[in-house]
Write a protein that binds this ligand. Structure first.
Ligand SMILES: Nc1ncnc2c1ncn2[C@@H]1O[C@H](COP(=O)(O)OP(=O)(O)OP(=O)(O)O)[C@@H](O)[C@H]1O
Ligand SMILES: [Mg+2]
Length: 291
């Protein structure tokens, strides 16, 4: 519950909120900002009956500003742990994590984390859910928050649904409302941890198109975690692959498909070359079955 509050508001860091003056509108194009650097990060978790489990070993990678970086790797390799470290919910045992050169020490509205699990409060209407972060921090008046929320609901095809409650929305609509709930905070970086897992195939494809379109309009620095290779290639400017036991970074792959990305991007010869190359890495590091 505490994590959910932090994810939607970044309440832990008012200092970061004050520093974050631009951009004013959540949908305005970003000037290149939100450079994440992970350097030599290791993490162990204490275990009750045995030595601490080593989850991440010496992980280094960057999320470049204005680009969409995908983090891929087998289940349990530590992707979510890296997301929590970047969001500031966990601290590393070794190494450093920075945003625009500043150490990440706590949660803040400059880094919005969207999970697979819903972050919408069931007792609040959709528009109230979206308005919640900036109101809780005192960053906007009610009128400003409502105006910003309504612009975001319009952007995500949710006009007329603001007064409904989360239980009255479809899975895809909830995911869109959650994106609005994160974006209203004008983050410098979006960290999306398997946000579309569990949606049916058609809804998932629609959500990918929504996100790619939003990214292309705003150039909002994004770290997108997924285990789906086609989703990764469709979205990514760069894919960072992880291996497991212990979790480590094994490879970076540039995805030089042209923007804007469309369904047509996924039938080009270059797409197939990238997919073949990426498959070889996934097979090598045990992310897909070879039989
Ligand atoms: N709080 C914790 N305490 C102890 N072990 C943990 C904790 N959180 C995660 N782990 C362990 O760390 C490893 C990495 O977990 P993590 O959730 O980061 O993996 P993941 O790559 O996100 O997996 P998935 O694709 O299934 O979501 C797992 O072995 C998990 O059991
Ligand atoms: Mg995970």
């Amino acid at each position: 519950m505490m994590m959910q509050t932090s994810a939607t508001t970044g309440l832990a860091s008012n200092a970061t909120a004050a520093q974050q003056a631009v951009p004013v509108s959540p949908l305005a194009p970003r000037r290149r900002q939100g450079h994440l650097v992970v350097q030599g990060v290791s993490k162990r978790f204490a275990q009750r009956d045995s030595a601490p489990a080593e989850v991440l070993r010496d992980c280094s990678f960057e999320v470049e500003p204005g680009r969409l970086t995908v983090l891929m790797g087998p289940s349990g390799c530590g992707k979510s742990t890296l997301a929590y470290l970047l969001a500031g919910y966990l601290a590393p045992d070794a190494g450093s994590l920075t945003i625009d050169g500043m150490p990440i020490t706590q949660a803040g509205p400059d880094r919005m984390l969207v999970f697979q699990e819903t972050a919408l409060w069931p007792w609040m209407s959709i528009v109230e859910n979206v308005m919640f972060g900036p109101l809780a921090r005192g960053d906007m008046s009610r009128a400003q928050a409502r105006q910003a929320a309504e612009a975001l609901l319009q952007k995500f095809g949710l006009v007329g649904f603001g007064d409904r409650y989360p239980s009255q929305l479809s899975g895809g609509m909830k995911r869109r409302a959650e994106l609005a709930q994160a974006l209203i905070n004008s983050p410098k970086v979006m960290i999306l941890d398997e946000p579309f897992r569990g949606l049916d195939v058609m809804t998932r494809e629609l959500m990918q198109e929504y996100y790619v379109q939003l990214f292309e309009e705003t150039q909002l620095t994004t770290l997108f975690i997924t285990t789906e290779l086609e989703e990764a290639i469709f979205l990514a400017d760069r894919i960072v692959f992880m291996g497991t036991a212990p979790g480590r970074i094994v490879r970076g792959l540039e995805v030089d498909l042209p923007h804007p990305r469309t369904i047509g991007s996924m039938t080009s010869e270059r797409y197939l070359e990238i997919k073949k190359d990426a498959m070889a890495t996934l097979i090598e590091y045990g992310a897909v079955s070879t039989d």
